[in-house]
Every structure is written in C-alpha cells, then in structure tokens.
Write a protein that binds this ligand. Structure first.
Ligand SMILES: Nc1ncnc2c1ncn2[C@@H]1O[C@H](COP(=O)(O)OP(=O)(O)OP(=O)(O)O)[C@@H](O)[C@H]1O
Length: 231
C-alpha cells in the first residue's frame, strides 16, 4: 500500500531524515516509535506531503507520490491526523464532519463516524471549540476518516488523552485496521502501540534503528533497554 525508500530530507538545509525504508500493507498497523526529536513527526509530514525538501521515494500502491502536493495525496487516499488537532472551533462537531469535501454518501459516513466515536455523538451539536484536547483529537481523526482513506497517518493520537481513554483509542485503531485501512501510527506509548501493531520501527537520528514484526520488537532486549522504557 505504502512504500518508503531511502527517504531523506528536512525543513532547511539540514537533513532530519537520513535514509528511511519502510513498507505498510493494507489492514496493517505500523508503529513508528523513537526518542524525542528522532524525526517521527517529520517522517509523517514527508508521507503526507508537508515536508519542504525530500529525496528518495514515497509510493502509494506503486505510484510515485514523492513530489505530489499534500491536497492531491489526500485525494489519492492518504489521511492525516497531526499532533495538534485541526478542527474548526466555531463549527459544531456535526458540521466539522459535514464540511469535509469529496465524501460519497456524506450522511451515512457521518453516522458511521458517530458510531465509531460515541463521545462525539453525544455532543454532535456542540461547538468543537468547547471540546477537550482528547475530544478534539477524536474529531480530527473522524474528519480524516470521512473520505475513507486507504492509509491513515496518526501522529501521537493518544497524547492528549486521559489514561482511561488511551486503551479505547488503541482498540479503535485496531478495529479500523481490521476494515482494511493501513495505519501509520506514531506513538510515544510504544509498548501499547506495538501490542496492537503488526510491525514496528524505531527511529533514532532520522534513521530506522530497529524494525521488525511487533512481537519481536516487544521481546527485543536492546529495543526494551534503549527505546521502549519499562511502561
Ligand atoms: N518546522 C520545523 N522547522 C525546522 N526544524 C524542525 C521543524 N519541526 C521539527 N524540526 C526539527 O526536526 C527534528 C525532528 O523533529 P520531529 O518533530 O520530527 O521529532 P519527533 O521524533 O516527532 O519528536 P517528538 O516525539 O518530540 O515529537 C528536531 O530536531 C526538530 O527540532
């Protein structure tokens, strides 16, 4: 579904990403973890078309999208939920979903989103500006799913959530992958994320330091010691 080959690049002249190779198949969850500043968010931006300078390749279903602008990538089926949620604060929850363009069967899709995110359904007429950080994140997630993207890039989806909601969020992500969506999951909660993932990659200094299937990464002593913490 998504192939990343020798991807490098950054914001200015200095490379933040230093040659990354990763693949993600339909229905698969790939956790990308790593220390602060390792380049995880920068990698997400390169995948969705928001990094100013890149070399190497990003392929979507075999098609080279490395230089494709972000809006076009979104139309081609790459959804993105950035770390700081993008919602329209003055619009209601319902209308935040209703204004998403390019959605076939909009009413039905909104109903599906309300089912997937019960906390949003309860407050569908409330202004998005009145939501908590975690609820805003859910709304941004629902907005990104409206167009039924084949790949979704989630940048720390659990960061703003209360501990009680973290599990629920991971379960929702697992359920989404079961419907065939490929999930590119950036997470600080690496152990929990790997527990629902098929594969994982740990970034360090803009490179993949370790990668493999999620279970072996969880069992890897070096990964545990250097990157996963004890939690
Ligand atoms: N807009 C930007 N312009 C210039 N440099 C940036 C920009 N955003 C991030 N950087 C730099 O790129 C490097 C990698 O940052 P990035 O946010 O990708 O790391 P990260 O692994 O996602 O870290 P964190 O877990 O803290 O979010 C850092 O040195 C950061 O200072």
């Amino acid at each position: 579904m998504l192939t990343i080959e020798t991807l490098a690049g950054g914001y200015g002249e200095v490379n933040i990403l230093n040659g990354i190779d990763l693949t993600l198949s339909a229905g698969e969850i790939l956790t990308v973890a790593g220390t602060n500043g390792a380049g995880k968010s920068t990698l997400a931006k390169a995948v969705v078309g928001l990094l100013p300078r890149v070399t190497g390749k990003v392929l979507l279903e075999g098609r080279d999208i490395t230089l494709m602008p972000a809006e076009q990538r979104a139309r081609a089926g790459i959804g993105y939920v950035p770390q700081v949620a993008n919602v329209f604060p003055s619009l209601s929850i319902h209308d935040n979903l209703a204004v998403v363009e390019g959605v076939a069967d909009k009413g039905a899709r909104i109903a599906e989103m309300m089912e997937m995110f019960p906390a949003l359904a309860e407050r569908r007429r409330s202004r998005a500006g009145s939501l908590s950080g975690g609820e805003r994140q859910q709304l941004a997630f629902a907005r990104a799913l409206m167009t039924r993207p084949g790949v979704i890039v989630l940048d720390e989806p659990t960061a703003a959530l209360s501990p009680a909601k973290v599990d629920e969020s991971f379960q929702r992500i697992a359920a989404l992958a079961k419907t065939g969506t490929a999930v590119f999951l950036i997470e600080q909660r690496a152990r929990q994320a790997l527990a629902i993932s098929h594969r994982g990659a740990i970034l360090d200094g803009g490179k993949v330091a370790l990668s493999g299937d999620a279970a072996s990464l969880l069992a890897d002593e070096r990964a545990a010691k250097l990157y996963l913490g004890h939690g």
